[in-house]
Design a protein around this ligand. Sequence first.
Ligand code: PEP
Ligand code: MG
Length: 925
Amino acid sequence: MAKTKKTTGTSRRKYVYSFGGGKADGRADMKDLLGGKGANLAEMAGHKDLRLPVPPGFTITTEVCTYYFTNCRKYPPGLKEQVDDALRKVEGLMDKKFGDPQNPLLVSVRSGARKSMPGMMETVLNVGLTEKTITGLIQKTNNPRFVYDAYRRLITMYSDVVMEKAAGLEPKDGKGIRSHLEGILHQFKNEKKVKEDADLSTEDFKKLSALYKAKIKEVLGKEFPDTPEEQLWGAVSAVFSSWNGKRAVSYRRIERIPDEWGTAVNVQSMAFGNMGNNSSTGVAFTRNPGSGENQFYGEYLINAQGEDVVAGIRTPAPINKYSQSDHNKHLPILEEHDRGVYRQLEDIRRRLERHYRDMQDIEFTVEEGKLFMLQCRTGKRNGLAAVRMAVEMLKEKLIGKEEVIQRVTSSQLEELLHPIIDPKAEHSAKILGKGLPAGPGGASGQIVFTSEEAVSWYKKGKQVILVREETNPEDVEGMRASKAILTSRGGMTSHAALVARGWGKCCIVGCSDIEIDLSQKLLQVNGATLKEGEWITLNGTKGRFYAGRLPMIDAAEENPWFKEFLKICDSLRRLRIRTNADTPADAAKARSFGAEGIGLFRTEHMFYGKGSEEPLFKLRKVIIARNEEERKKALKELFPYVKKDIKDTLEAMDGCPVTIRLLDPPLHEFVPHNQEQLEELAQSLKISVEELEKRAAALKETNPMMGHRGVRLGITYPEVTEMQIRAIFEAAIELIKEGQKIFPEIMIPVICSVDELKHQEEITQRIHKEVCDQYHVPKIAHFFGTMIEVPRAALTADEIAHVADFFSFGTNDLTQMGFGFSRDDIGGFLPDYLEKRILPDDPFQTLDRIGIGQLIKMAVDKGRSVKKALKVGICGEHGGDPSSIEFCHKVGMDYVSCSPYRVAIARLAAAQAVLNVPRKRKKRT
Ligand code: PEP
Ligand code: MG
């Protein structure tokens, strides 16, 4: 909400916040109003612990942006006066005047949203430089070359950002004004036979400015503005307009940033990094954002202005030895080039980390040996770095346990679960090329050279790697669609590196050995030629890439910070984490990720995949049996397979609880389809193929998801339940007799009425007694419970709780039957539902709290009202989704169960849920 403040006796809304000279109107916690950049500039300039050298300026609030768009691009009344007041303050602090021919003040005009949107919006530098002020600035600086260089930069940026893009002009033949001007520069350099901008003289820049202005008039039909006010307001409007530019809008969609937030505009007096060799500009991270190591890490460019570092045009130099790489080690390090400035920066690094208690990403400029801080913000980092920093900052007593857990997002943790190249395979592979390791992990994919191709190949289900000279904000969708990104130019802070890091994508930048030939759709690297569509494999951690497809392995296993981090999560969470595992191998994998039991063992999965031929053949005999006698005979043959499968899994879980669900198979899926299998089965059943086909046809259902499945099978054929219960108890008692701690939990699927459960319970008790007698034991400890996955079961949960020891919510079916959306067919209409915002998310991925959540909460409460000790968990896919896990915590479940690869995510989400939803409940076992 807007804040109002009384100023000079009249009550009016405050739209402009000043900073500079050791004071500031704003603070770091005012990001909603001032944007991230504005809020942090205020904090750096004004907070008593910092008071860093920030060039004075002011921030126009995000509210003005919202106003601007809702009022046909008009500004709120009073804004102009507030801007004028703020500008006067800056002039006072700088002892310069905006537009003064003798002593002119120049300003930068930059965007700054609540959440950083790197490179998505516009910036204009050197605003205030006109024919009149040029002379004054030359006199002041005694550096005409610098002044004319600054002028041609202003003309380029302004004509592109303000006069073309913000004015909504579509470039003719796709050639924008910027490329016209760059063409002039290129031709000029060719004629003068020079390569670098640095080789151009004052006169050259002067001539260039005149040529630029004439071109602007010719192409855009307008003069380049020559008054400081027009320049300033043009730039402010252009920055606001860029909030609704194509790039920014598409980035917001991906990052789910609401359109209503708007951007702030920061107007700040210029600090010049391009005033000669004792001037520079750079970006740095207070810790390494790629690995998390506690080392100052950054790059800078001597005699350059602001955007040059990020633009990736020149290779930036390292600030210190630690930041050196093969790529930049020939360049002078700042620590030696300007010791005083480096020491000052190190001191600022320490103070900023102590103040913000987090890694900061900073931008600085050195103007003739004087350091200025232009930006600081919490630095983006990949998963590897996020985990390491959080754990190390706890040790350094910079943050507490709770903050450690809040510092890592589930998607960052997921990055660590992403694969890396199998070191053995990598060792023997030949390196094709090297670059900077900008996004860790390994990835293989087919080469594409444009973002459009990346998106279209991705849509065809292909795995692609986008290879570009460098990326720019227009490439975001292509980058998103790619498995990894490889660029031939740019540094660790280039666009590709920033974006990839933010998304946790594998990325290598600045691989200068690559030459891309876009017309032929191929690349050449160290003598090799690779065409579009060929496979390559990237090691984004080391910055190397290889031809072909190398095998991948898990990254998390050897990472000590990952393990420590999850232990911290475990110390806070209340929910237990189980896994959905159907094979002993899955169970063992899940145990290695920290699963504390199996929440769903789908027994029918033993009939799928490798090694399933024999049990599947027996199951088919059960399904096709004509009568009880035939079925019982077939069940007897199937029994040893089922018992072995259960026994192996119980054993793999080594004393942890295992929930074994009785068969819930869609019967028709198991009927053989090919002729050979039909004949074999018919022969074994001693019936004709025609007869077999007739019986198979009788099993076909119109709506199998609501057909003869789950408990319904056990009601119709109690002998099927009997066989499974016997297998469970025999497997359990045999392992118990071997000295193992075994605790099976028998789970009945798809029930809708307590009477179904009673029917199955009677069978369970009878078989329990028989097995106990057979093995001479008084009892086999176990639980008997049910899935709650049919809405009627949720509605009658109190009745059901009389019979069940536990409930496990099958939210896949509960969502299917609650919404009436077929879980197998939702793909046909879900995209429309999401696009038209009828649904916020895919309800099969993220639990619908309002509807399905209500059923769950009611069932938990009803169940526990009858049986206080009722154990409650979830085993639908939602058990691995962070938002759904938070809900499970909130309604007081005891555990969530998810696939093995989601276990680590669930451990984190369960700990975060404790912090987001505080509750006073004891850990239940
Ligand atoms: C469920 O319905 O949520 C569930 C776990 O069972 P299945 O996916 O096997 O139907
Ligand atoms: Mg189900």
